[in-house]
Design a protein around this ligand. Structure first.
Ligand code: PMP
Length: 461
């Protein structure tokens, strides 16, 4: 939605509904068919989500013709923006040659060559169809390889929705199973506090059967709750000393933070890395990459030679040719251009400009984040803070689960949508290499208008 559609005295809700009748109609149809009318929980939004008709570069348009600066970026997959011409051409070319051969093909070999050349920890790679499948496989590999059972994960970190990783993401911080998950699965997962060195040392002293530690290496939700680099080094040392595997979940950070993922920048090499999103260049994909001896648990000959039981791992769409074509084109661009760096630079400037607005408008919020991500902390507990000097580590307890104040985050999202910017419910966004000055200005002014509108409506002091 453009700034011009703003009616001076109307509420954000009325403006949204007036501008999006087509989305309202589709949401009505969807609610009769899909639980909550949705295919992804992250799209849940009151009064109803926008329905998008097309996208290009950093922009997308809904079915009512409203234009948005897009920070969903295909849930983080689109570091090159929508429809990068080389990626689109590669997919078109492959489409004419077939979408599924039910056979090995050259593209999967080339794709694996790129992954192994770019990712420091990657000696071998196994493709999956999603990030959830990648973390599920990585954790099973770790248990099979170490012949141990316990997994360590950190509060707030997200690793997909499979049974082993549901407690402790947005709820069940006591480690109890979420609904539908077996006690026996949840009880084998140890929930740790991020950045708590004494705590993780205690866990390792108490448990001698830890198969793996998994985490998002820049912190939960792409650095919304950041991880200290020295804590990563502690985890590397602890896992090495005890024979547990260190798994970096780089589903978001992989090929985004840098062509060599977060691990190349942070200087810590995990045993296994899970990848998805950017890996598939906008099409469905995932992968586990890592140490050869660990991935050998998937290998017919290696397991025969060692007498180990092999992990059975099929998957109809693993390394499907279309995703491989998009993924190869994307990885080739990322490894030969400064695309990641450009997105990171935009991120740094955007966070700074958002903080200027927050400061000028006098709200006790802060924009923060790292690399090509940004988050707007809306300070649900009304603590003292200075936007330019915000230390997110101090506020991690205010960001976990319900504490984060879902009410205000969705109001910010509504305000941004009304002002032509689509961010996720963090409220957060991921940036592409196609975001430029125009999008920067539009985003900063959208936040200003949002703050003013919320204040006008009495929702903000
Ligand atoms: N791990 C992380 C860090 C993620 O952000 C996500 C998805 N947002 C996943 C795993 C799951 O990936 P997918 O949605 O492809 O299953």
């Amino acid at each position: 939605m453009s700034q011009q559609t703003t009616l001076p005295n109307s509420t954000l809700d009325a403006e949204y509904e007036a501008a999006t009748p087509g989305s309202a109609r589709l949401a009505g149809r969807a609610r009769e068919l899909l639980p909550s009318g949705l295919s992804h929980d992250g799209r849940n939004f009151d009064p109803y989500p926008i329905y998008v008709a097309r996208a290009q570069g950093p922009l997308k348009w809904d079915v009512d013709g409203n234009q948005y600066v897009d920070y969903f970026g295909g849930h983080g997959a689109l570091i090159l923006g929508h429809n990068h011409p080389k990626v689109t051409a590669a997919v078109h070319a492959q489409l004419d040659k077939g979408t599924h051969y039910g056979a090995c093909h050259e593209l999967e070999v080339r794709w694996a060559e790129l992954v192994c050349a770019m990712v420091p920890s990657a000696e071998r790679v196994r493709f999956t169809s999603s990030g959830t499948e990648a973390t599920l496989l990585a954790l099973r590999l770790a248990r099979a390889f170490t012949e141990r059972t316990k997994l360590v994960r950190f509060k707030g970190h997200f690793h997909g929705w499979h049974d082993h990783m549901t407690s402790g993401h947005t709820a069940h911080f006591d480690g109890t199973p979420t609904t539908g998950v077996l006690d026996g699965v949840a009880s084998e997962v140890l929930l740790a506090e991020p950045n708590d060195t004494a705590g993780i040392n205690r866990i390792f002293e108490q448990h001698k059967d830890i198969a793996a530690v998994i985490l998002e290496p820049t912190g939960a939700n792409f650095g919304r709750m950041p991880i200290r680099p020295e804590f990563l080094r502690t985890l590397r040392e602890l896992t090495k000393a005890t024979g547990a595997l260190l798994i970096f979940d780089e589903v978001v950070t992989g090929f985004r933070v840098s062509p060599g993922c977060a691990q190349a920048v942070l200087g810590v090499t995990p045993d296994l890395t899970t990848l998805a999103k950017v890996l598939g260049g906008g099409l469905p994909a995932g992968a586990v990459a890592g140490r050869k001896d660990v991935l050998d648990v998937l290998d017919f000959k290696a397991t025969k030679a060692t007498g180990r039981e092999r992990i059975y791992h099929p998957g109809t769409f693993n390394a499907n040719p279309l995703s491989a074509a998009a993924g190869i084109a994307t990885l080739e661009i990322l490894s030969s251009t400064d695309a990641c760096e450009r997105a990171n630079r935009y991120g740094e400037a955007l966070r700074e400009h958002l903080n200027e607005v927050i400061d000028e408008e006098g709200v006790p919020w802060a924009a923060h984040g790292s690399f090509s991500g940004f988050h707007i902390f809306t300070n649900p507990n009304g603590r003292d803070l200075t936007p330019g000097r915000f230390d997110p580590y101090e506020f991690i307890p205010d960001m976990l689960g319900k504490a984060r104040g879902a009410g205000m985050t969705s109001r910010v999202r509504l305000g941004m949508l009304v002002n032509g910017v689509d961010i996720n419910s963090g409220p957060s966004g991921t940036i592409s290499a196609t975001h430029g000055e125009e999008e920067m200005t539009a985003t900063v002014e959208a936040l200003r208008s949002t703050i003013r509108a919320l204040r006008r409506q009495g929702e903000l002091n």
